[in-house]
Structure formats: structure tokens, C-alpha cells
Design a protein. Structure first.
Length: 271
């Protein structure tokens, strides 16, 4: 049975959510406002009772000295199976995988970026200011991940099936001091026979480099597993034989990037 719930809390208009029941799955997402850049509730956060605002939680949990310009802390996509297994996508876990020690991408904008954040001080270039993350989702322990030769059947996705549920959520975004973009987003599509999602980290350092880390997940109704395909693509801008304007949008440029890494795994969710 498929049931769609739609709730918008009128008192706290900054948050809304939506969900769908799909076979043994409950799929939901939340949308929220941007992470503040300072602690807004010092009285609460400095108390000794383990209650913190979102900003203080990020400061405690992350080792990187700066966060992207826009982080949406409660933009979370969750897929819960009736077995209790759960998969979710959230910006905090994604940012935990940003390196705080780097071979930094040495470009002109690294200096500009530094100057725009004077409080960065001595921590100069000691973290990955492109916020590159190989995050592939957050999983409960009762999901078993196995290697597989099976691949996602894209023909099924090309069929003109009714779309029962769709959303595209931004988890974080940074404009690299007007020198490009670093963005992590996740979108989900639920159709009568399957669900499919794409988690995408997209990096464009203007006139320097384009990169994507993409995780696709695909589940056929009545099967007991999810296929997960992780693909890393990267190219120097000068090696791409396309106009610079075409590098602006992820969908326009990613098909032209050479594949650096690709691995497909099976997530067993019902055992
Ligand atoms: Zn706080």
C-alpha cells in the first residue's frame, strides 16, 4: 500500500517534511534552514546538560576549522525498512569525511579563500577547502554490504513509469569564494516498481578542475537488497574539450568526465 503524508508545521515554517510508504520501506525527508554561523543560544550551550544548538553540535563533531557557506543541518533523507534497517543521508556525517589534512588543490583561489576568512589564522590550508567527501550514506549495523557483479538496470529507469515521490535535497554548498562550487545533494525517485537515488558531490574550481563523487542506489520492489554504485570522476578543466560555460552545471559536465573509480556493492537489508 502506498500512502503519502505531507506535513508543514505552520508555526515553524522553516521545516517541512514529506514521506511515502513503499512496500516494506518508509521513505521520508526533512527540509530545514541554513546552519547559523555562530552559536545562537550560549546560555543553553554553555550549560552542563549536553544540550547544544546545531552550530555547537557541528563544532563538536567536526574537525575541519570551517564549514561550507551553506549547510542544511536538518536536510535529511531517510529510508527505513520494516526489519529495522535504515539508510540515511545527512550533511554532518558527510562533512565528517572531509579531510582535515590535505594535499590541497593548489590554485589561485586558495589564497583568496584564506583572505576572505581572516579568522582562519594559523590553520592555513590544513584542511580540504573544497569539502570533498566520499560519503556514501549512513547505515544501521544490520545492513550487510557485499561485493557484486550485478549492475543497476538503467533500462528500467528509462521506462516511463509514474513517479510517486520525488525530491532533490541540498545537504551543503559552498561557492569557493566565487571561484566555483562545491555541493552535496541527494535526490530520490520512487516509482511503482522500484526506488532510485543519487547522492552527488560536485566540485568545480573555475578553469582548474571538475570532479564528482556519485553514489547511486537502486531497489526493485520485492527484492531483498539494494544495489549501490559509487563512481568518482575527475578532469582538469584544460583537458576537457568543452566550453567553460558548459562546466557550470553538474548535469552538463559530468557525462564528459573520465571515470577514476567505480565500485558496485549489494546492501542486504532483510535477513
Ligand atoms: Zn550553541
Amino acid at each position: 500500500m502506498i500512502q503519502i503524508e505531507d506535513t508543514v508545521d505552520s508555526r515553524r515554517f522553516e521545516t517541512n517534511s514529506n514521506s511515502i510508504h513503499f512496500g516494506p520501506w518508509h521513505i521520508s525527508y526533512n527540509i530545514s534552514c541554513i546552519l547559523p554561523s555562530v552559536c545562537s543560544t550560549k546560555v543553553v550551550c554553555e550549560r552542563d546538560d549536553d544540550q547544544f544548538c546545531q552550530f555547537c553540535i557541528y563544532c563538536k563533531e567536526l574537525t575541519i576549522p570551517h564549514f561550507p557557506d551553506m549547510v542544511f543541518p536538518k536536510n535529511i533523507l531517510t529510508l527505513t525498512h520494516k526489519s529495522g534497517a535504515s539508510i540515511n543521508f545527512n550533511p554532518l556525517d558527510a562533512l565528517k569525511r572531509v579531510a582535515n589534512t590535505v594535499e590541497a588543490i593548489e590554485v589561485a583561489c586558495a589564497e583568496a579563500w584564506q583572505e576572505s576568512r581572516p579568522d582562519a589564522g594559523k590553520k592555513k590550508r590544513t584542511f580540504d577547502w573544497t569539502f570533498a567527501t566520499d560519503y556514501k550514506g549512513t547505515f544501521t549495523d544490520n545492513i550487510v554490504i557485499q561485493a557484486t557483479d550485478e549492475t543497476i538496470n538503467y533500462d528500467i529507469l528509462k521506462q516511463k513509469e509514474q513517479i510517486l515521490f520525488y525530491h532533490d535535497l541540498t545537504l551543503f554548498e559552498d561557492e569557493l569564494h566565487d571561484h566555483g562550487v562545491s555541493k552535496l545533494s541527494v535526490k530520490i525517485r520512487v516509482m511503482p516498481s522500484c526506488w532510485y537515488l543519487l547522492l552527488r558531490y560536485f566540485l568545480r574550481v573555475d578553469d582548474v578542475l571538475v570532479r564528482s563523487n556519485e553514489t547511486r542506489m537502486f531497489h526493485m520492489l520485492n527484492s531483498d537488497y539494494v544495489l549501490r554504485e559509487y563512481t568518482v570522476k575527475e578532469s582538469l578543466a584544460k583537458d576537457l574539450n568543452i566550453p567553460t560555460a558548459q562546466m557550470k552545471e553538474a548535469d552538463d559536465v559530468i557525462p564528459f568526465l573520465p571515470v577514476k573509480e567505480k565500485v558496485t556493492e549489494k546492501l542486504i537489508v532483510n535477513f
